[in-house]
Design a protein around this ligand. Structure first.
Ligand SMILES: Cc1cc2nc3c(=O)[nH]c(=O)nc-3n(C[C@H](O)[C@H](O)[C@H](O)COP(=O)(O)OP(=O)(O)OC[C@H]3O[C@@H](n4cnc5c(N)ncnc54)[C@H](O)[C@@H]3O)c2cc1C
Length: 264
């Protein structure tokens, strides 16, 4: 909000500080899922044991910008802002996520895919708040990874990929979600790429076909972060790498994933 006001892109006549509303920052296990309070900071999510059980969420929280931003920014604010370059929108779309909104007319739960309508636009009504984000915990034999490529820590990603896969046996893909970030006005579910893997053996050829389909699904703009062609190639490479990590995690292996920085 502060950067938007500094650039005069937002000129609110009044601001209401919701920081002291009790119960809005809880992080809890609940009914086979996670309840993430809207005011939970990225750092709190990064440090949470409950969140660590769903590694794709930890990957996302731990890599957002720098420590200062992670200490201040919230998951609810991030989704409400619906910045196309935001990390949470892509990572959470790889899981079954709903956003609980509350306003004068009561409470409603909106699936994340229906919550974000366009860049910087959500279904939130004027007087509605995000109260919490509910994430269904992935099945056994499931693993996920979120990888974002950044020029440096304090800037938004050039492209990102979120993959959550459920295996049957060691290498058959039972279910999969592949989401691309920063390469469109909203996070993009790469459904053709998922189709290249679902129900099939995950081998080099299938991974290559999925990466190609992900490249096709991306709709990036050329900007100071890179040309559209560069971002398409980048997002395909990120999908490949995130998929490899997701499969390892689904097999029970411990794999460190994190954001990738240019020049490293
Ligand atoms: C320098 C910088 C670098 C950043 N880099 C990244 C990055 O790499 N990756 C990334 O994902 N994010 C990044 N961010 C975004 C940051 O992580 C915050 O999540 C984001 O700015 C929202 O901040 P906030 O939670 O404090 O919400 P605010 O700034 O307080 O609010 C943002 C908007 O959402 C609304 N809002 C806030 N909370 C709610 C709620 N509970 N219900 C309804 N509406 C609400 C506000 O009215 C406002 O319109 C960056 C931000 C900065 C300033």
């Amino acid at each position: 909000m502060i950067p938007l006001m500094k650039m005069r892109l937002a000129r609110p006549t009044a601001l209401i500080d919701i920081n002291f509303v009790p119960g809005l920052s809880d992080i809890q296990n609940h009914n086979g899922g996670l309840r993430l309070g809207a005011l939970a900071r990225h750092t709190e999510l990064e440090m949470s044991e409950a969140v660590a059980a769903v590694p794709i969420l930890h990957d996302c929280a731990a890599g957002i910008a720098d420590v200062q931003v992670r200490n201040q920014g919230t998951i609810g604010g991030s989704l409400a802002e619906a910045d196309p370059s935001g990390d949470w929108g892509a990572a959470l779309l790889a899981l079954e996520t709903s956003v609980v909104c509350v306003g004068p007319k009561g409470e409603r739960s909106v699936k994340l895919e229906d919550f974000v309508k366009d860049a910087y636009t959500t279904v939130l009504a004027h007087e509605e708040l995000v109260r919490e984000v509910i994430v269904k915990k992935p099945a056994r034999n499931s693993g996920g990874a979120y990888l974002a490529f950044k020029r440096s820590a304090p800037v938004y990603a050039t492209a990102s990929a979120a993959v959550q896969v459920t295996l049957e046996g060691k290498d058959i893909c039972k279910e999969i979600r592949i989401v691309l970030g920063c390469v469109g006005l909203m996070a993009i579910r790469a459904k053709d790429a998922e189709g290249e893997l679902r129900g099939k053996k995950i081998d080099g050829k299938a991974i290559q076909r999925a990466a190609e389909a992900a490249r096709e699904a991306a709709e990036p703009q050329s900007d100071m972060r890179g040309s559209a062609e560069y971002k398409q190639a980048l997002v395909a490479a990120l999908v490949k790498r995130a998929l490899g990590m997701a499969v390892q995690r689904a097999r029970g292996e411990r794999v460190e994933a994190g954001h990738e920085y240019a020049g490293r």
